[in-house]
Ligand binder design. Structure first.
Ligand code: FES
Ligand code: FES
Length: 164
């Protein structure tokens, strides 16, 4: 599979979740075989681990998916993009990241990577989203801390920034 544009071997353990495969790190978690190819990309967060909260959202061939509901081996031959893949360290932020920053869409921060990846997918499908399309696009991501007003504003701002 390709992750953030770089080819990686499949994990040795066919039961490994994509979310665990992306996040875990051989150096941190030991040397057992099933961890050998894990990637240590901890920007993808894990909340519920059963497909409800959206924290673990990544792009799978450009479309948002919940990485906690997929096996890593299902990504073989596909392209996965995580939050780390949106902008290189030191480079300008991706327009969606910039918009979340400007509009205080980050709030708690824990759910933010999932929101950002969902919004990247949303804007690919609807570059000028209506309020209903925004609501639909972020409906799979739960905010439990504050509310959606800033996040909605951030989506519209990201739409503007994406055209510049
Ligand atoms: S951790 Fe995957 S949807 Fe909650
Ligand atoms: S912004 Fe993360 S739970 Fe509300």
């Amino acid at each position: 599979m390709k992750v953030n544009g770089v080819a990686h071997p499949a994990p040795a353990d066919s039961r490994r979740l994509l979310s665990d495969h992306l996040r875990h790190d051989l150096g941190l978690t030991g040397t057992s075989d099933h961890l050998r190819h894990d990637l240590g990309l901890t920007g993808t967060h894990v909340g519920c681990e059963h497909g409800v909260c959206g924290c673990c959202t990544v792009l799978f061939d450009g479309a948002p998916v919940r990485s906690c509901l997929m096996l890593a081996v299902q990504a073989e031959g596909h392209e996965v993009t995580t939050i780390e893949g949106l902008a290189a360290p030191g480079a300008p932020l991706h327009p969606v990241q910039q918009a979340f920053h400007e509009c205080h869409g980050l709030q708690c921060g824990f759910c933010t990577p999932g929101f950002v990846m969902s919004v990247v997918g949303l804007l690919r499908e609807h570059p000028n989203p209506t309020p209903d399309q925004v609501d639909e696009g972020i409906s799979g991501n739960l905010c439990r801390c504050t509310g959606y007003a800033s996040i909605r504003r951030a989506v519209h701002r990201a739409s503007e920034l994406s055209k510049k």
